[in-house]
Ligand binder design. Structure first.
Ligand code: COA
Length: 416
């Protein structure tokens, strides 16, 4: 079966997480992704957080599957010449170097589009072009702070808090993938390539748009009725941290289940969806609340929402999180167990759907990774091992037209 992106050639000049997450996804969908890495060193994640001596770290293997590796010193004359040949033959160049690094290397947008007018140059930066912080180097948590996630995450009596989800890194990579596919689609019509830029700050903010909604509501009326601060607490002039509040029209909270004293994840998330209120009452054995005007509407419940959560916790006290969900699902209540990474790793449904996959790697052995979260009716996404450093150098150089002697010279000059 032909894969959707088969025939698309991508120069993967990325490192760490944001860029590699983008190109990995395009490789899963069939693109021919050549990761360009510095000879002798490669992507820094090959050596970061290793758990097996002298073997590529999971940090690298879990973000670079289905790719090829070409070692190339793009600061040498010979290396630049190889990269130029590669650019002439490729469709997309993806990079997430520090601001200006590609230009300093001599690969400006003008130069690249001269070499190949159809080329799409896709970049991740911490901040967008022209931003007053455009010169900054940025990592995950910096982006979460700059994009509004940290100031709105955590509890009101604690400091700004970053999420365990890679909102700055992988999320930015996913935005970039959408940008690349859009530019490829346009190139099909115009024949012209273009620059695609995504900033980590913007990508985080794109996921925080409901908080910008709340800032405007707060300025208009002085309170936010779905936050735990309402109606008993105080509001200032900025969106507060809302703990585990639902954040939308449906109140919700993380609630303790049997065993919470010793198991840090013995909790469920419980949502009181307004139309499911009669079912919530039936599940809890509190049918009298269904018609009681003190409880029967969302507005009536607002000032006692934490008392209601306390009643639900009483109900949960003799049930594990899984037992509780098995009961609540029969009442059509939106809820889920809080799952640990151990539980996720062993979840039979995630294994069956290919969301958690086992990959065989030549030196690391078999490891788990997250497969494609996007499912297609006509594509089975196969996750293959990440390449060893420089594994495909000779193959790629041969494909670019270099003969054996020229390849040996490139090796001698440490250009590859
Ligand atoms: N051959 C020769 N030189 C190479 C090379 C190669 N194959 N690959 C990289 N280099 C050079 C770069 O040209 C750069 O040289 P310069 O500083 O002389 O211009 C140098 O290696 C270092 O690159 P840089 O990107 O500055 O790495 P860093 O480790 O100092 O910074 C980041 C890392 C992630 C902070 C930075 O790249 C960044 O801010 N990127 C944009 C945002 C981003 O993606 N953040 C990470 C999200 S996971």
């Amino acid at each position: 079966m032909t894969k959707p992106l088969e025939g698309i050639k991508i120069i993967d000049f990325t490192h760490v997480q944001a860029g590699p997450a983008c190109t990995q996804m395009l490789a899963w969908f069939g693109a021919d992704v050549v990761k360009v890495e510095r000879p002798g060193a490669g992507d820094v994640t090959r050596t970061q957080l290793r758990h097996v001596k002298d073997v590529d770290a999971l940090y690298f293997t879990m973000l670079n599957s289905n790719k090829k590796s070409l070692t190339l010193d793009t600061k040498t004359a010979k290396g630049k010449e190889v990269l130029e040949r590669l650019i002439r033959e490729s469709d997309v160049l993806v990079e997430n170097f520090a601001p200006g690094a590609l230009d300093r290397m001599g690969f400006t947008w003008e130069h690249i589009s001269e070499l190949n007018p159809g080329m799409i140059v896709a970049s991740v930066k911490g901040f967008s072009d022209g931003h007053h912080y455009e010169d900054l180097k940025v990592y995950e948590n910096v982006a979460q702070c700059a994009g509004g996630a940290a100031s709105t995450t955590g509890f009101w009596d604690g400091p700004p808090t970053v999420s365990g989800a890679a909102l700055g890194d992988s999320n930015t990579g996913m935005h970039l993938a959408i940008g690349i596919l859009t530019a490829l689609h346009q190139r099909d019509k115009t024949g012209k390539g273009q620059k695609v830029g995504v900033s980590m700050q913007d990508s985080v903010l794109n996921l925080c748009r409901v908080k910008l909604r709340d800032q405007q509501r707060l300025e208009a009326v002085g309170y936010l009725e779905e936050y735990p601060q309402y109606p008993h607490g105080e509001f200032g002039d900025v969106v507060p941290r809302g703990g585990n509040a639902g954040g939308g029209g449906q109140p919700g909270w993380v609630l303790k289940c049997k065993g919470w004293e010793t198991d840090p994840n013995a909790y469920i998330y419980f949502t009181i969806q307004s139309q499911a209120w009669p079912n919530v009452c039936k599940a809890l054995g509190r049918e009298e609340w269904i018609e009681d005007p003190a409880y029967s509407t969302p507005i009536a419940r607002q000032d006692k929402i934490f008392d209601i959560f306390a009643v639900i916790e009483e109900w949960l006290a003799d049930k594990t999180k899984f037992e509780a969900i098995d009961i609540l699902r029969t009442f059509d209540i939106p809820c889920a167990p809080v799952l640990s990474m151990k539980e996720i790793a062993n979840d039979p449904s995630l294994r069956k759907s290919g969301t958690i996959v086992e990959v065989a790697h030549p030196t690391l052995g078999t490891y788990l990774t997250v497969g494609s979260p996007i499912k297609f009716s006509d594509l089975d996404v196969e996750v293959t091992a990440s390449p060893l450093l420089g594994q495909h150098t000779n193959e790629i150089l041969t494909g670019l037209g270099y003969n054996q002697q020229e390849i040996a010279e490139l090796h001698d000059e440490n250009a590859v």
